[in-house]
Design a protein around this ligand. Structure first.
Ligand SMILES: *[C@@H]1O[C@H](CO)[C@@H](O)[C@H](O)[C@H]1NC(C)=O
Ligand SMILES: *[C@@H]1O[C@H](CO)[C@@H](O)[C@H](O)[C@H]1NC(C)=O
Ligand SMILES: *[C@@H]1O[C@H](CO)[C@@H](O)[C@H](O)[C@H]1NC(C)=O
Ligand SMILES: *[C@@H]1O[C@H](CO)[C@@H](O)[C@H](O)[C@H]1NC(C)=O
Ligand SMILES: *[C@@H]1O[C@H](CO)[C@@H](O)[C@H](O)[C@H]1NC(C)=O
Ligand SMILES: *[C@@H]1O[C@H](CO)[C@@H](O)[C@H](O)[C@H]1NC(C)=O
Ligand SMILES: *[C@@H]1O[C@H](CO)[C@@H](O)[C@H](O)[C@H]1NC(C)=O
Ligand SMILES: *[C@@H]1O[C@H](CO)[C@@H](O)[C@H](O)[C@H]1NC(C)=O
Length: 895
């Protein structure tokens, strides 16, 4: 009994000692802390030696320090290592201060639930900082200048609910365990770090409601976002400003999702209905991706951030895509909507230079060549819907799966090349006249693909590759090297001859005997002979364009455009890319047409059109000076207009650092355009000349700020001078006359309508169509007419604020406004003809004349080539004209 009580005493003593020690340790640790940090808010920490006795921001429980809450108190200094002995601590809150140095090791704080360290100046963090912190519920460490990566040490905090670590230098991939280790996780913020890699697939099972991964700073997050389809607890998802790719997933299970930020990524494919119809959605931003398909329509109540122009929607207004576009999109779907397609498949016309797509003149897709497109995925059965297709080339990709049997339905198919992929399965049976190439698919014909191990190449086949690949490559290189030298010599000769005004060919040719009269080098472009530019092979196997007056050899075009260098690009659009060409006799614009625009079948016809255009001369039409046309190249050379487009001066002047256009300039520009178009229309009585795509980007300005109309006549297919011509729509939304848009039938009055819209743009400084955030378009013509006809006073508010509104100007603006409305009358027959328009404009311009004589003076009515002269030339073919030209004359007189 005696010994028993002794033992008890000893035990009690031990307990008290331990307990006292702990209490003493807590106090010691708190004194350490007090001496490591300073803050005026903590002045009373020195008034008592016992931290549990009224220290501001310190709470104790049973004599132990349980909470330190000194956030946002202007604290500076550092956190001492002694903190690790405060094992009773459940909350440590030091956020919003200026504490610096390293975070201490606190692995003994196994009761710690709340750890708020954010918004300080901590600049280093120990390895495995979270190890031992098994009770954590909520951690915030963001907004600190750290540089670290999160390790497995956090995994043991299995009750974790909130983890925020934005803008704190976190690197490496997002740890997998966020998806699996925290069954109560609600909030995960990792924005503004340097995270890289993909979203972990393990996120599929996560319970997280608020997920912020946006705005990574370095290599950014990449890969697809399909895993979010399974993150069904999400309410707020911010993934913006990363490099995510691939399509939007199915959102139908995300029934709590309210706020979705996806902007500034590279997401492709259409916006799915499961997202636009998501009832919980309140706010979404999508701008600046590569989204495809139709413009999505969200409910009115959704706050939408979507700049339609930053995407690859088939059209800028709401509505369905073209049937071919839909088929191609569903084909792209099977390849995972690759970025290359999304980037380059622009607009709603697959025949408009979409990579890999070739059309015939009737705009049927006849060739698809996706060879070497780095495609993954499978061959879509929807290829079977492109019924005009003749050649389908999918070689040298990484396609898997089988060859769909729908391809056998393609009646026009002549060649199917699927070589060098990883296809398997039986090849469907095609009719005998289809060439089917399946080489380089080891598993073709087998039911299942063999696993990768079975595909090891034996050494002998490596030798074979050397013999069959490398040696031919060397030979090709050698041949190219020789040819390069020869081509260069050929081109040099050309230039020399140009300089000497000797226009022979690389090799003497029959008709090189007739030298041109002019000694001006530009005569190469301005002569009046009409021959072929073909790629002929001579005995050296070299290609060159036959040299003639109008025809410019391709080598020269290469030379003057620095081999069509990016740096020489003046603009794109209107069927091709325009380059700046530095010719001997000055700068010219070199337009390289997209091959699909014409297709080889229409080449002859196109050439004859072009040769007509080389004869159209008017000071308000941009002159076509030469061309080079053959199966491979369709290049037109125009006069160069140094001031660029009207768009630039009217809508982009601020960005470009230009002066706003004065009203007088606008008036003269309007007059110039009207004169150019009137000239075209007068020709239209003889042969069909309707511009059909008048808009500011087709109006070019010279250094004198006088305007010329460009891009006319090239899309016209009119065989003769019928009054109205049914064609495919070639215009641009916002400028299209209603009857043209509705029926596709075009008359000169469609140009009058477009011209009216341009006048409205000149008056208001607004574009014909402005898209607002909802994708609804603001239609200038409708709006302007309404303002003008309902309230003449309010109408004043529509005038461009950069137009100086003095009285004389105002009356002239009003006259032009009236003219503009007249031009945009709904019924074509109510619109004036261009002759009337020219009269109105020139009488107004007249009133400025005293003020600005020089503007109009050297600007009479004279044409470089008068109309009757021009017509006579076309109708009485010169005997030296070639067959093309006679065809042309047949065209103009064959009615
Ligand atoms: C120290 O300040 C806190 C709050 O400012 C107060 O609650 C506490 O009583 C003070 N302690 C002493 C010992 O005065
Ligand atoms: C922490 O900040 C103080 C000034 O508040 C400074 O004197 C000290 O050098 C800083 N320490 C570190 C490690 O940055
Ligand atoms: C987690 O964060 C949310 C949102 O900030 C908050 O409402 C919730 O109380 C936090 N939960 C915990 C356990 O801290
Ligand atoms: C994060 O990335 C940015 C941008 O690449 C870089 O400037 C910064 O140094 C990186 N920070 C860290 C902590 O690696
Ligand atoms: C997502 O859920 C679907 C259907 O439940 C399942 O088939 C799929 O494997 C899941 N994806 C992931 C990544 O877990
Ligand atoms: C996108 O949405 C998120 C969440 O609403 C917002 O924080 C972010 O600022 C938005 N991004 C832009 C660039 O508007
Ligand atoms: C397909 O395209 C590739 C590369 O663009 C080209 O080399 C090849 O000749 C084309 N094949 C056919 C059949 O047009
Ligand atoms: C496709 O790839 C194979 C194997 O790599 C190669 O032999 C073949 O020449 C390639 N085809 C073309 C058209 O380049």
């Amino acid at each position: 009994m005696h010994s028993k009580s002794l033992l008890l005493l000893l035990a009690l003593n031990l307990y008290l000692t331990l307990c006292y020690h702990t209490l003493a340790d807590d106090a010691a640790a708190m004194h350490e802390l007090a001496s490591s940090i300073t803050s005026t808010s903590l002045y009373n920490w020195s008034t008592s030696s016992d931290p549990c006795n009224g220290w501001a921001g310190v709470l104790c429980d049973g004599g132990r320090v349980s909470k330190i809450q000194i956030g946002n108190m202007g604290v500076s200094g550092f956190l001492p290592a002694a903190l690790n002995s405060l094992t009773g601590l459940t909350r440590l809150e030091v956020m919003g201060n200026q504490i610096n140095g390293s975070l201490p090791v606190i692995s003994s704080l196994s009761n710690l639930q709340y750890l708020f360290l954010h918004s300080n100046n901590f600049n280093s963090i120990p390895q495995n900082f979270f190890a031992g912190l098994n009770s954590l519920l909520s951690v915030s460490i963001g907004d600190n200048p750290l540089s670290w990566s999160l390790g497995e040490d956090l995994k043991s905090a299995s009750n974790l609910v909130n983890f925020t670590a934005s803008d704190c230098g976190m690197q490496g991939p997002i740890p997998d365990f966020f998806g699996t280790s925290f069954p109560s996780l609600e909030l995960l913020e990792l924005s503004y770090n340097n995270l890289t890699g993909e979203m972990p697939q393990s996120f599929a099972g996560s319970t997280v409601k608020f997920l912020h991964l946006n705005s990574q700073k370095g290599g950014k997050l990449t890969g697809g976002i399909d895993v979010i389809a399974n993150m069904t607890s999400l309410q707020q998802l911010w993934l913006h400003s990363n490099s995510f790719t691939g399509p939007l997933p199915d959102f139908s299970e995300l029934v709590n999702l309210e706020d979705l930020a996806l902007r500034d990524n590279q997401l492709t494919g259409p916006v799915p209905d499961s997202l636009t119809k998501l009832a919980s959605l309140k706010s979404i931003n999508l701008t600046n991706n590569l989204l495809q398909g139709p413009v999505p329509v969200f409910s009115q109540s959704v706050k939408l951030d979507l700049d339609v122009k930053s995407e690859r929607f088939c059209r800028t207004d709401v509505g369905n895509c073209d049937a071919n576009v839909n088929i191609l999109l569903s084909i792209a779907k099977s390849f995972g909507y690759p970025k290359t397609f999304a980037e380059n498949w622009r607009g709603n016309n697959a025949c408009n230079n979409w990579p890999g797509i070739t059309c015939d003149r009737a705009l049927n897709i006849v060739i698809i060549n996706f060879s070497h497109f780095a495609l993954n995925g499978v061959i879509s059965p929807d290829f079977g819907s492109l019924i005009y297709i003749q050649k389908l080339v999918l070689s040298n990709n990484s396609l898997t799966g089988t060859i769909p049997s729908t391809l056998t339905n393609l009646k026009n198919l002549r060649e199917l090349d699927v070589s060098y992929n990883s296809l398997h399965g039986k090849v469907p049976s095609f009719s005998d006249n289809v060439i089917v190439i399946t080489t380089g698919n080891p598993d073709i014909g087998k039911d299942e693909p063999e696993n990768a191990d079975g595909m090891k190449k034996p050494a002998s086949s490596i030798a074979l590759i050397v013999v069959c690949t490398i040696i031919p490559v060397l030979i090709v290189l050698a041949v190219l090297f020789c040819c390069y030298k020869k081509i260069k010599i050929c081109a040099d000769n050309w230039l020399n001859r140009m300089r000497r005004s000797d226009y022979g060919s690389c090799k003497p040719m029959k008709d090189s005997s007739s030298p041109l009269s002019s000694v001006n080098p530009s005569a190469v472009l301005l002569g009046d002979k009409n021959t072929k530019c073909s790629t002929k092979s001579n005995t050296d196997g070299l290609s060159f364009c036959e040299p003639t007056s109008w025809v410019v050899p391709i080598e020269i075009l290469r030379q003057v455009t620095n081999n069509f260098s990016e740096d020489n690009i003046l603009g794109r659009g209107g069927f091709g890319t325009v380059y700046k060409g530095e010719f001997n006799d000055g700068t010219k614009a070199v337009k390289r047409m997209e091959n699909n625009v014409i297709g080889s079948s229409g080449l002859t016809e196109f050439k004859s059109e072009v040769s007509v255009l080389t004869r159209v001369r008017h000071r308000n039409l941009v002159a076509l000076l030469g061309y080079c046309l053959d199966e491979n190249e369709k290049i037109l050379v125009y006069e160069y207009m140094p001031q660029g487009t009207l768009t630039r001066h009217l809508f982009e002047w601020k960005k470009e650092g230009l002066e706003p256009l004065s009203w007088k300039r606008r008036l003269f520009i309007g007059l110039d355009v009207a004169r150019g178009v009137e000239y075209l229309h007068r020709l239209a009585q003889q042969i069909s000349f309707i511009h059909r795509d008048l808009k500011p980007s087709n109006i070019l300005l010279g250094d004198d700020m006088r305007a010329k109309v460009s891009d006319f006549g090239l899309v016209k297919k009119a065989p003769d001078g019928m009054y109205s011509v049914e064609t495919r729509l070639a215009g641009t939304f916002g400028y299209l006359a209603p009857e043209y848009a509705a029926t596709g039938r075009v008359t000169t009055k469609a140009d009058v309508y477009s011209f009216g819209v341009i006048l409205m743009e000149l008056i208001t400084g607004r574009r014909a169509i402005e898209n607002n955030q909802l994708g609804e378009s603001f239609h200038l013509a409708t709006w302007f007419r309404r303002k003008y006809y309902t309230d003449k006073v309010e109408f004043k508010s529509t005038i461009d604020p950069y137009i100086d509104q003095e009285e004389e100007t105002l009356s002239s603006v009003t006259t032009i406004a009236e003219l503009a409305c007249y031009c945009c009358a709904r019924e074509a027959h109510q619109r004036p003809n261009m002759g009337h328009v020219v009269n109105v404009l020139s009488s107004l311009a007249e009133t400025w004349k005293p003020v600005d004589a020089e503007l109009e003076e050297n600007y009479g009515v004279e044409f470089n080539l008068t109309l009757p002269e021009a017509l006579r030339q076309w109708q009485e073919p010169d005997t030296s004209l070639t067959s093309e030209a006679s065809q042309l004359s047949g065209m103009s007189s064959g009615r």
